[in-house]
Design a protein around this ligand. Structure first.
Ligand code: AMP
Length: 335
């Protein structure tokens, strides 16, 4: 399971991420925690981030992208992860897409915790009080001034990600104003539903793949039979083209039919805009596309191959005429 938790400061991302870690046995990757650790350790990244963080601004994209890229590589993230506080900008989201693509990993969902901004200051104040009670030093950015800046950064740079992931059909929105337990239950419920939907999609996708394979096999079999002369209705030219298609040495259209089928089948893996409909349609289209491509191939081949016998007949006629002429001359001479 690979998730992103999206929401303004104080929405409860950290709290819910900790619970998801327990539930799914995956790791929580919080860029805020990592940066705070870097600040505390006085690393070069920490030194760069310290003042920006304290004022409530955003650390440069390349810094956090570098941190996440390294962290995802760690063995404990192999089982899955929850990104908490990352991505926070569209360039970060694009970089994450590329990272996951390179590693051949898929993102399961983006859970947005939607909250009323008016409630956030009170929540942050509660967090400060709780930390003090535990004898911990409150965060440098958990004050009214920094919170106002963090909120305006969220609105300007992070909120566009709602649209970004909504367009990718990855966004799941949860009412973050419910109690902590209710929010946890709601997240659990939608993730379960998502898992079921993904299972169904996977089953559909493999059924479509099987259908494509079957059609491609049938086509190849038909072409082979034609090449072997078993298809008596086919002209010699068509037989030749069918043979070529089977051998795969030429730009075989039977081959491209197979490829077309494969492409459609692999397309089913991608998150569809309307998962049900698209899946069904693609599943139907796949064998049709394969058949069409093969038919086109047979036509093209038979057209070009069909010219040869015509030309041959013409040449034979011409040769016969010349022989007849010569025979006439010889007869005349003899006479
Ligand atoms: P958080 O703990 O997620 O509230 O993050 C605390 C602070 O760390 C933020 O206000 C930023 O200054 C910085 N930070 C954390 N994650 C990011 C990120 N993905 N991009 C930029 N800055 C970040």
């Amino acid at each position: 399971m690979r998730l992103i938790l999206l929401g303004p400061p104080g929405a409860g991302k950290g709290t819910q991420a900790a619970r998801l870690v327990q539930q799914y046995g995956i790791v929580q990757l919080s860029t805020g925690d990592m940066l705070r650790a870097a600040v505390a350790a006085g690393t070069p990244v920490g030194l760069k981030a310290k003042d920006i963080m304290a004022s409530g601004g955003l650390v440069p994209d390349e810094v956090v992208i570098g941190i996440i890229s390294d962290r995802i590589e760690q063995p404990d993230a192999a089982n899955g992860f929850i990104l908490d506080g990352f991505p926070r900008t569209v360039p970060q989201a694009e970089a994450l897409d590329q990272l996951l693509k390179d590693k051949k990993l898929a993102l399961d969902a983006v859970v947005e915790l939607r909250v009323n901004e008016g409630a956030l200051l009170a929540r942050v104040e509660t967090r400060v009080a709780e930390m003090r009670e535990r004898g911990e030093e409150p965060r440098a950015d958990d004050n009214a001034e920094a919170l106002a800046k963090r909120l305006s950064a969220y609105r300007a740079q992070t909120e566009p990600l709602v649209e970004y992931y909504s367009e990718k059909r990855k966004l799941l929105t949860v009412d973050g104003m419910m109690t902590i337990d209710e929010v946890t239950r709601e997240i659990g419920r939608i993730l379960e539903a998502l898992g079921e939907a993904n299972d169904k999609k996977a089953a559909k996708s493999s059924a479509a793949k099987r259908a494509v394979k079957k059609t491609a096999k049938k086509l190849a079999k038909g072409a082979k039979a034609a090449a072997a002369g078993k298809a008596s209705t086919k002209s010699p030219a068509k037989k030749a083209s069918a043979k070529k298609a089977v051998s795969g040495k030429s730009s075989s259209k039977a081959g491209s039919a197979k490829t077309a089928g494969k492409k459609v089948a692999s397309g089913l893996k991608k998150p569809a805009k309307a998962p049900k409909k698209t899946g069904k349609k693609s599943a139907k289209v796949a064998p049709k596309a394969a058949a069409k491509a093969a038919k086109k191939g047979a036509k093209t081949k038979s057209k070009s191959a069909g010219k040869a016998p015509k030309r041959g007949a013409k040449a034979a006629k011409k040769a016969a005429k010349t022989v007849a002429k010569k025979a006439k001359k010889v007869t005349k001479k003899r006479a």
